[in-house]
Design a protein around this ligand. Structure first.
Ligand SMILES: NC(=O)c1ccc[n+]([C@@H]2O[C@H](COP(=O)([O-])OP(=O)(O)OC[C@H]3O[C@@H](n4cnc5c(N)ncnc54)[C@H](OP(=O)(O)O)[C@@H]3O)[C@@H](O)[C@H]2O)c1
Length: 295
């Protein structure tokens, strides 16, 4: 087995890369800014790649994409969110035809925000896409992943909020908390589907090595917690208390524009597909994410 990671320099990708390397699996990373010996340059916008060393790649894990919740969704940011996912994946498909003749399995990551918002409903893998901006982005992103299906086994993993003290949403929420400016956004009652970073890595590894068949679309979700539970958990881990009142939804929408919905509305999804892969979830409570690191 030889892995090609796209988005391998990011929060999730670095952890995936470390895990495969520690399991003695060779990993190459396609990046716009190569810095390490196993990094290979690519520029999906201008369709350039340093592809000579990719001929033995058997598995691709595609995590590419500019941060969804990093900046306001201005028209230019939306173009970047789109091109770093859909156009980059289209170019990836082209280049693997030439450079990766041994490819067996393609795993494309997308997001769990594929359905709109719950209002009491639990969404399953077979449910249709929603009509909000994020759902249509996920729909187009997954269509780009499915192109690989004509050549190799293809799996799409829809990730919930990835939680770990080393980065992502956790560190973004920890910054104001450390400054004693932590708050709970919206009512705090909105449900957030989440997965620990340890489980993302474990699940992706499991999908690469599993011998049995599993569903083509997997909801990468360990559990759901309310936004208030997640905010108080992070504050507690940082040794702080949240004393400010909740940030009302209308202010969240003023501050973040339409991206505010992502923070203030509930999403509830099933994870039967993940269970069906045979993978055993390691962290089903928020405390478990950090308890394991303390021992
Ligand atoms: N973190 C989460 O909670 C979460 C939840 C659901 C889904 N996801 C998805 O999982 C994937 C990885 O997430 P992550 O948190 O690891 O992301 P990240 O830390 O922001 O890393 C993103 C990666 O995408 C690449 N990239 C390509 N074009 C980019 C651009 N225009 N701007 C920024 N990065 C660009 C970067 O590679 P180079 O700079 O090396 O080229 C980088 O390695 C993303 O597609 C994300 O949407 C993440």
């Amino acid at each position: 087995m030889e892995i090609l990671l796209i988005g391998g320099t990011g929060f999730i990708g670095q952890a995936v890369s470390r895990y495969f390397k520690s399991s003695a699996v060779p990993v190459f990373v396609l990046t716009r800014n190569p810095k390490e010996e196993n990094h290979r340059f690519w520029d999906p916008q201008n369709k350039e790649v340093e592809g000579e060393s990719l001929k033995n790649i058997t598995h691709i894990i595609n995590l590419n994409g500019a941060g969804i919740a990093e900046k306001r969704w201005t028209p230019s940011r939306k173009r970047e969110l789109y091109s770093s996912r859909i156009e980059a994946t289209a170019y990836l498909f082209e280049l693997t035809e030439t450079h990766c003749p041994m490819l067996q399995h393609y795993i494309g990551v997308s997001g769990i925000n594929a359905f709109g918002f719950s209002e009491g409903k639990t969404f399953q893998e077979k449910d249709p896409f929603g009509s909000d901006y994020l759902s249509t982005l996920v729909r187009d992103w997954e269509s780009a992943h499915w192109r690989f299906q004509i050549r190799v086994k293809t799996t799409v993993v829809r990730l919930g909020m990835v939680l770990d003290p080393s980065g992502g949403a956790y560190t973004k929420m920890a910054v104001p908390t450390r400054l004693r400016l932590g708050t709970v956004v919206g009512s705090g009652k909105q449900l957030v589907p989440w997965i620990s970073l340890e489980d993302v890595v474990g699940l992706l590894y499991h999908l690469c090595v599993a011998k049995k068949d599993f569903p083509p679309i997997i909801h990468g979700v360990c559990a759901h917690s309310t936004m208030a539970e997640i905010s108080h958990f992070i504050a507690h881990e940082e040794g702080k208390k949240i004393w400010l009142p909740n940030l009302p939804s209308f202010l969240v929408h003023l501050l973040f524009g339409s991206m505010g919905q992502l923070l203030t509305r509930s999403l509830n999804v099933g994870n039967g597909s993940l269970i069906a892969t045979g993978y055993t979830i390691k962290n089903t409570t928020l405390n478990a994410i950090t308890d394991a690191k303390k021992n």
